[in-house]
Design a protein around this ligand. Structure first.
Ligand code: MV4
Length: 504
């Protein structure tokens, strides 16, 4: 049976390394592409061959489809894996790849285009009999149209950019008096962000969970879903922690959502790995189609861990014309997996990027730990690209064991030379709401409030303790006894030391 001999990975960082690992297992040689600052990057070191495609700016390197195709032709790569981001959902690039006589490892351009527009995606879901959030399926013609529709749908409503995604241009409107400004702001943000100011209205689903279904299909008409991923823990519409299965999902909800996800995929004759996103109401577990992502997702490892299926290997087999290596009845979810996206950002400084050289790197290991990383000790984390340096996954027989493993792995994970979000994850994994699994898209907001409250509580406790210590020192002085104050130590410092708060 046919199989590629050489695949070019048109990406960088951890996903490029991840795809190379699948290729290596399959005996397929690999070609990396890299920009000037990535010359010493891990994905370049791991590949069998590597081609410089341009300067740091993505627009001149990782987004230059012509240079990527030239590199594939030059090295004799028969297929291109796009990873996620960059050109992974660029229909024009898919057509250029085919025109060059190469294979794009992913869906057809038509499927990408159908799902790229949020309104067209909604129409496809409705036609497929999949529940969507009540709202319009045409862009709002005017503010008056928005007013009328909002009343029909019923407040609170969500204004969304038709050309958008990921929350950009989205506005929650609780009551009529807020509609005018929200409508104007949503349109201007949509125009600025996507060059298209079309907005539409949906009824707002309150305290929703963001649950997505992995679907996969081949060129022989086989479709399957690989269960769900809970993705409600997001910061500024960026997923931060994902897990599978969802804490609320049961077999019935999973089957119903999976069936809907496959219906959407079939409606566009989807081929390859894709993800159908839903909003799930925590009130009654009703679910609504949100959008379909026509690419491999960052968080695919948690699905691989609980199903045992290597999604990247399946993608390569499908692109080579092979059938899925399993059928729906073979798909079983066992155990629980959690993923933390480790970023080179400073959680103590509003998550600002923290580029620089990784002076010391100790990765966690041992039972149930998987780290999909794109860096090594001594590597430079660039300011030019997404600051995610690795995805740390922990697997257990159940959610509690996965949590305990993740906590241990986060203690073992040591990075020096740059700041990372690891300390932030240590706190989240200790958070009682997280452990209870009562997650919704407002989790991070609630977590930060709980953290501030506890910081205030600790500070109040400290101040009370220091005041007591000050009282003690002045009482001792009054009796002619002087507790041992270190030389040059202020009264506050000695009180804090006496109160045992010194190294707080
Ligand atoms: C919604 C919603 C509630 N009601 N639509 C966020 C970006 C994109 N994936 C769609 N998103 C949402 N759409 C309706 N009708 C809630 C989200 C949502 C969200 C909203 C605000 C803050 C964080 C969020 C995380 C996931 C989903």
């Amino acid at each position: 049976m046919f199989m590629f001999k050489k695949i070019l990975i048109a990406n960088r960082g951890e996903i490029a390394v991840r795809v190379m690992r699948a290729c290596r297992e399959m005996g397929i040689s690999t070609v990396a592409v890299y920009s000037e600052p990535d010359a010493d990057a891990l994905h370049v070191r791991m590949a069998d061959e590597a081609c410089l495609i341009g300067p740091a700016q993505s627009a001149e390197s990782y987004l230059r489809g012509d240079k990527i195709i030239a590199a594939a032709k030059e090295t004799g790569a028969e297929a291109i894996h796009p990873g996620y981001g960059f050109l992974s959902e660029n229909a024009g690039f898919v057509r250029q790849v085919a025109d060059a006589g190469l294979v794009f490892i992913g869906p057809a351009p038509e499927a990408m285009e159908s799902m790229g527009g949020k309104i067209s995606a909604r129409k496809i879901a409705i036609a497929a009999g999949v529940p969507v959030v009540p709202g319009t399926t045409e862009p709002l013609a005017s503010f008056e149209d928005a007013q009328k529709t909002a009343v029909e749908v019923g407040y609170p409503v969500m204004l969304k950019a038709a050309a958008g995604g990921g929350g950009k241009g989205m506005r929650l409107v609780d009551e009529p008096k807020e509609l005018r400004s929200a409508f104007d702001n949503a349109r201007s943000e949509a125009l600025a962000g996507f060059g298209d100011d079309s907005v539409y209205i949906e009824k707002a689903v309150l305290k929703p969970r963001h649950i997505e279904i992995q679907v996969i299909s081949d060129t022989h008409g086989n479709y399957a879903h690989l269960g769900e991923r809970e993705c409600s823990i997001q910061r500024r519409h960026q997923k931060v922690i994902e897990e599978s299965p969802s804490p609320i999902n049961d077999a019935d909800l999973r089957a119903r959502m999976g069936e809907c996800a496959v219906k959407v995929a079939k409606a566009v004759e989807y081929v390859g790995a894709g993800t159908v996103e839903f909003l799930v109401s925590d009130v009654d577990r009703s679910f609504y189609f949100l959008e379909m992502n026509t690419r491999l997702q960052v968080e695919h490892p948690v699905t691989e861990l609980v199903t045992g299926i290597d999604i990247v290997r399946e993608q390569i087999n499908i692109a080579a014309g092979r059938e899925l290596s399993f059928s729906q009845s073979d798909v079983e979810m066992r155990g629980h997996a959690i993923e933390c996206r480790v970023y080179a950002e400073d959680p103590e400084n509003n998550f600002l990027p923290s580029p620089g050289r990784i002076r010391r790197l100790r990765l966690p290991q041992g039972p149930g730990v998987r780290d999909d990383g794109g860096v090594y000790e001594g590597a430079d984390v660039s300011i030019h690209y997404d600051p995610m340096i690795s995805k740390l996954c922990a697997y257990g027989r159940d959610r509690m064991e996965a949590i305990e493993r993740m906590r241990r792995a986060l203690v073992e994970y040591r990075v020096e030379g740059i700041k990372t979000t690891i300390p932030f994850f240590r706190e989240v994994l200790a958070d009682e709401v997280f452990v209870a699994g009562t997650l919704d898209t407002g989790f991070i907001k609630g977590f930060n409030e709980r953290r501030r409250e506890s910081d205030v509580a600790i500070e109040a406790e400290d101040l009370a303790t220091i005041a007591a210590a000050l009282e003690f020192t002045s009482a001792s002085k009054a009796k002619g006894k002087q507790p041992a104050a270190s030389k040059g130590e202020s009264r506050w410092a000695s009180a804090a030391r006496i109160a045992g708060l010194r190294d707080r």
